[in-house]
Design a protein around this ligand. Sequence first.
Ligand SMILES: NC(=O)c1ccc[n+]([C@@H]2O[C@H](COP(=O)([O-])OP(=O)(O)OC[C@H]3O[C@@H](n4cnc5c(N)ncnc54)[C@H](OP(=O)(O)O)[C@@H]3O)[C@@H](O)[C@H]2O)c1
Length: 230
Amino acid sequence: MSYYSDHRVLVTGANRGLGAAFASALVELGASKVYAAARNPRAPQPAGVTPVRLDVTDRGQVVTLARELSDVTMVINNAGIHRRATLFDDDAIEVVDSMLRTNLLGMLAVTAAFTPALIAHGSGVIANVLSAGSWLAGPGNMAYAVSKAAALSLTNNTRAELASQRVQVTAIHAGFIDTDMMADFPGAKLDPRSVADAALAAIAAGEQEILVDEMSRAAKAASIAPVPRF
Ligand SMILES: NC(=O)c1ccc[n+]([C@@H]2O[C@H](COP(=O)([O-])OP(=O)(O)OC[C@H]3O[C@@H](n4cnc5c(N)ncnc54)[C@H](OP(=O)(O)O)[C@@H]3O)[C@@H](O)[C@H]2O)c1
């Protein structure tokens, strides 16, 4: 019996990248059920993974799926997008808007729809995939950073709201991960499976904030330093 054998887990954005790594790791950890949610579910899926259709920006689809999967005890809010934008780009507002719809409002919609079943079950876990970018600022990174900073605040507020409900709310932060999202980044990147393994071990240990690597630890440390003068 592992910690995960008691859990039925929904992973969003599970077709590829970090989400697919979470799904495989959960199967190996003996999770009682692994629902791999994707906009266009892949076939065939790895053994032990149940594909379900979910676009996190489609509120109707989110609510319907939560009704269908009322046995879920853990949600890993992993679905996310990354697009570059700077202040004076013609489409800067559209880019920020699309990022917020997926990375913030998608996470909120899924959390709100699935949490009542977790509470009814008597306990559960919401794990939100954030980023070192939740705390970083840099040219071109505005839209993603704004969305992840807002998602961090959503995570903290969700934890505060659920404090008395036996629902663990965990934030997962990492630097660069070797997935399609960072395909153009030439530097060193984390293996997605190692990120999933570290995060799942920390969730099982009851941690509320997981800083997977040195980049996320440094970003968090810098965030509590005084803001430099202009
Ligand atoms: N890669 C990094 O360096 C890095 C670092 C820190 C945190 N993260 C975070 O890790 C998470 C996973 O990213 P990744 O690196 O694995 O990127 P990825 O390879 O680009 O995968 C993103 C996944 O999210 C899904 N997705 C996007 N929009 C969606 C929507 N509206 N509804 C449902 N699913 C949607 C994609 O589905 P489709 O296949 O349908 O497009 C895909 O499965 C994201 O939250 C990301 O911000 C990534």
